[in-house]
Structure formats: structure tokens, C-alpha cells
Design a protein around this ligand. Structure first.
Ligand code: NAD
Length: 485
């Protein structure tokens, strides 16, 4: 059985305590590898390696740093099939999705920040004719990068690439549920010539290895993507040490369909937003609101399109829907479907595990894409993040009402609005409380834009310049040049 190992100072090492955790393949429900059960000793070792690498890396000329990152991107691209296969086995997602979407995005993350850093510039402010101020932006030191299981390599590289592009060194803690592509990334970094210690990867439990990293006194910067409850814990640990933190958290995103929408785009777009990656994307549109006069027709078409999604072995080419990530997550999602029934919901599609799975997948964690109607916007199912293939459809009368629904949860990550009315699109975009609003689309990403959440969906923004600013420390230098009066 393959063992994942920590990556410290360019070397693959086991946890100091010699302990391992099981790694389960979600499509089969079977243990297929193991990973180090790291603790604070392993984090200390990784932080020491990152600290040792910092002086040389932070003073390496930008163009040279950029070249190494571009090489990493090229090697990720070369190994795309291998990485996509690893990601699919590890997380239960369709191989086609990993191959077409997620691994290419990891490549882009490195390429984007490799070039962005070359163009990164800073401000200057002329103070009358007395003085000139300029802002020096320097790397901050050792950065902790904690990432979740739903888009493992995509989100890990979304943090690591800008952090090291900006001249920091990093200690990453990938999710214990999906460690495999992080292991491969370490090997690729060595091959690309990334100096030892610039990126270190420590595997293990969030409550142990993750918590040790968050509270480590010499890790002054922490970027975290994951659940809102974990985000609060990280904020609590980081606050007394005055760490700079970026928190990308959960969502309960509205997908709003007006009667004037182009339904040939709105229906498949909403299906995609609902069920991509088995609904396990923080940006998934899990609350669908439809203008009342289009409601019945929309529901019919939406349910028909949902039923057409092929659920099966993630490694098979025709599969649209794979397994959810773990037994624990399967139970959580199923408990919300039960709650929806208790709350008076009608299940129009899905509602449980599918029949007719191939032999290999019989003990896997599969849930049919599930559509529920008959619930009001304030019930628990419409308030809490389920993070699985479960959506509700709720009718609304007018803009004011749907805006109240859209903003009526503690979250504020993203929203989609489907309408052909331009003025209405702008009004909704202005009124919706979320970090991203998509009009007539979903998950159309440009890596230059600020990305993050409002309210309980996060603190701070990543992406483009925002990321490079986050990973650097601004220092103002004021030079007086006026003669004394
Ligand atoms: P999670 O919060 O359970 O875990 C995320 C990471 O944090 C893992 O690596 C985990 O080991 C670690 N961790 C857990 N407890 C920790 C602690 N006390 N201290 C330090 N680290 C700790 O989240 P998850 O279940 O892996 O991911 C799903 C969640 O992530 C969902 O809520 C989803 O909405 C959110 N998410 C948000 C975004 C975004 O960009 N806003 C993107 C993807 C996922």
C-alpha cells in the first residue's frame, strides 16, 4: 500500500511519531493508502526548514523565482493525467472533471502568479511639494497554507503559488481526506528546482497538525480555506499572536432565475451550479429561487436535466457524478435530506444512494443528485451549508422578495442571477451581499479578480493583486525633499 509522506526541506519523511492515518477511496469505501499522522514536532521541523530557506529565497531575483514557478506549472501540465487520476481516486470526483478542470487550474495558478509577480508594482504618493512617499512590499516570512478536500490541488496551489512567488516560504497542510496530489506536487517542486525548504508539506489531522501550524509563533501569516466553524477556531488561535490571516469559508449560495431569463442557458447553468463535483464546491448554487410565473416550467426542466446526470464510477469516462468524499460526509448529507423531509420538503429527484452501481463501487459513498421543493427560505435546510448534491427550489414574486431571501443567511460567498434585463442584473448585483455575483453564468473565473466572501463566508480577498498584497508586508518610506522653511 502506498504511503503518503511529509515533504520537508525537499525530502520525503515520515511523521516524528511514526504514526499513520488511513486514506480511503470514496468510490469503493476501502482504505487504499495511508498518510502521516503528524503533530507539532513535524510542524516545528517544517517551519524550521521554511525559516532556513527564507533568506535566500526572499532575496532571489523575481525573474528567477518566476522561472522556477513556470517550470512547476510545466511539470504539472506534463503530469496532468497522473495527477487527475490521483485526485479522482482520492476524492471520488469524476476523472474527466479532474482532467478538464481542476488539474489544469492548478497549472494556471502557478503560471498566473509566476507572471503576476514580475508585474507587481507598488504605490508612491507625492505630498504637496514637500515629500515623496513610496511603499515597499516585502515578503512576510513563513506562511501557513491550510486547504480543504473538495478541490485539493487547485486550492493548495491557489495559496502556495502566490505565497512563494512573493518571496515567502511556506508550510502547507492539505486535507487529511485528500493528501495524494500534494505528495506529487512535492516531487514536482524538486524536479523543477525549487530550493529545499521553500515549500514544505505536513500531512495529518486538522485538530493536530493544522492547529499546531495555526498557533505556531513563527508562522506570522495563515491562509485558510475550509469550513466556517474551523475558520472561527483559526481566527481565535491567530488573534492573540496578531497573525495576518485570510479566511475563505463556507457558502449557501443563491441561484436566482427570473422569468425573462434565457432558459436554455439558465437550466443547464443551474444544474451545473447545483451538482458540479457532487455539489462539493463552496460556490455551488444550492438555493435556487425562481420567479413564480416561471416556477413550474423551470422545475420540470431542472428535474428532467438532473435525472439525466450519470452517477457511477468516477474513473469511467461517461460519469457526471462520482462519490462524496467520505463516510462521515455521506452521513451528513443524508441527514440533511432526512431533515428536509421532516421540514415538509418534497423530494422530486434523488433522495439517497443510487441503484445499479458497478460492483467495484457498491460500498462507495454515492448520493443521487437531489432536488427538493416545498421548503421556505428560512428553514434549516435553506440556512445551513450541506455541501453535497442537494438543492432546494423556492418560488419568489419580485426583486425585493428574492433579495431578502438571497441575503437571509449568515453566508455571503457567491450568487448567480439569470435574467435578460440589464438594469435588473445591475440592481441585484449591487444588492446581493456576497463576494462574487455571476450574471448569466456560474464559476466563470478570471484569476485577476478579488475572490472571497462576506459575512460568515470569510475575511479578506485572494486572487490577483489582492493575493500578492496579502502575502507581502507594506512599509511606507517618506522622504522629505523640501528645503526647511
Ligand atoms: P474543514 O474546515 O474541515 O478543513 C479544512 C482544512 O482545515 C483541512 O486541511 C483540515 O485538516 C484543517 N483543519 C481542521 N481543523 C483545524 C484546526 N482546528 N486548525 C487548523 N486546521 C484545521 O473543511 P473541509 O471539510 O475540508 O472543506 C469543506 C469546507 O470548505 C466547506 O465549508 C466549503 O464551503 C469550504 N470551502 C470554501 C472555499 C472558499 O473559497 N471560500 C473553497 C472550498 C471549500
Amino acid at each position: 500500500m502506498e504511503s503518503v509522506r511529509n515533504f520537508v526541506s525537499g525530502e520525503l519523511v515520515d511523521a516524528a511519531g511514526g504514526r499513520f492515518l488511513d486514506n480511503v477511496e470514496p468510490a469503493t469505501g476501502k482504505v487504499y493508502s495511508r498518510l502521516p499522522d503528524s503533530d507539532e514536532r513535524d510542524v516545528e521541523r517544517a517551519v524550521a526548514a521554511a525559516e532556513a530557506a527564507f533568506p535566500a529565497w526572499s532575496s532571489t531575483p523575481v525573474e528567477q523565482r518566476s522561472k522556477v514557478l513556470l517550470r512547476i506549472a510545466d511539470l504539472l501540465e506534463r503530469d496532468l493525467d497522473r495527477l487527475a487520476h490521483a485526485e479522482s481516486v482520492d476524492g471520488g470526483k469524476p476523472l474527466t472533471r479532474a482532467r478538464a478542470g481542476e488539474i489544469p487550474r492548478a497549472v494556471k495558478n502557478f503560471r498566473f502568479f509566476a507572471t503576476a509577480i514580475v508585474h507587481f508594482s507598488s504605490e508612491s504618493h507625492a505630498t504637496d511639494r514637500d515629500a515623496i512617499n513610496y511603499t515597499l512590499r516585502r515578503p512576510r516570512g513563513v506562511v501557513g497554507c491550510i486547504s480543504p478536500w473538495n478541490l485539493p490541488l487547485y486550492l493548495l496551489t491557489w495559496k502556495v503559488a502566490p505565497a512563494i512567488a512573493a518571496g515567502n516560504t511556506a508550510v502547507a497542510k492539505p486535507s487529511e481526506l485528500t493528501p495524494m496530489t500534494a505528495l506529487l506536487l512535492g516531487e514536482i517542486c524538486n524536479e523543477a528546482g525549487l530550493p529545499p525548504g521553500v515549500l514544505n508539506i505536513v500531512h495529518g489531522l486538522g485538530s493536530k497538525a493544522g492547529a499546531a501550524l495555526t498557533k505556531h509563533p513563527r508562522v506570522g501569516t495563515v491562509t485558510f480555506t475550509g469550513g466556517t466553524v474551523t475558520g472561527a477556531e483559526i481566527a481565535r488561535a491567530a488573534a492573540p499572536l496578531f497573525k495576518k490571516i485570510s479566511l475563505e469559508l463556507g457558502g449557501k449560495n443563491p441561484n436566482i432565475v427570473f422569468a425573462d431569463a434565457d432558459m436554455d442557458r439558465a437550466v443547464p447553468g443551474s444544474v451545473q451550479a447545483a451538482f458540479a463535483n457532487q455539489g462539493q464546491i463552496c460556490l455551488c448554487g444550492s438555493r435556487i429561487f425562481v420567479e413564480r410565473r416561471a416556477y413550474d416550467a423551470f422545475v420540470d426542466r431542472f428535474v428532467a436535466a438532473t435525472r439525466k446526470l450519470r452517477i457511477g464510477d468516477p474513473l469511467e469516462d461517461g460519469t457526471d457524478q462520482g462519490a462524496v468524499v467520505s463516510r462521515g460526509h455521506f452521513d451528513k448529507v443524508m441527514s440533511y435530506i432526512a431533515l428536509a423531509r421532516e421540514e415538509g420538503g418534497r423530494v422530486l429527484a434523488g433522495g439517497g444512494p443510487p441503484e445499479g452501481l458497478p460492483e467495484r463501487c457498491r460500498a462507495g459513498f454515492f448520493i443521487e443528485p437531489t432536488v427538493i421543493t416545498g421548503l421556505d427560505a428560512t428553514c434549516r435546510v435553506n440556512q445551513e451549508e450541506i455541501f453535497g448534491p442537494v438543492v432546494t427550489v423556492v418560488p419568489f414574486e419580485d426583486e425585493d422578495e428574492v433579495l431578502e431571501y438571497a441575503n437571509g443567511t449568515p453566508y455571503g460567498l457567491s450568487a448567480s442571477v439569470w435574467t435578460e434585463n440589464l438594469a435588473r442584473a445591475h440592481r441585484l448585483a449591487d444588492g446581493i451581499e456576497s463576494g462574487t455575483v455571476w450574471i448569466n453564468c456560474w464559476l466563470l473565473r478570471d484569476l485577476r479578480v478579488p475572490f472571497g466572501g462576506m459575512k460568515h463566508s470569510g475575511v479578506g480577498r485572494e486572487g490577483g493583486e489582492e493575493a500578492l498584497r496579502f502575502f507581502t508586508e507594506p512599509k511606507n518610506v517618506c522622504i522629505r525633499y523640501a528645503r526647511e522653511p
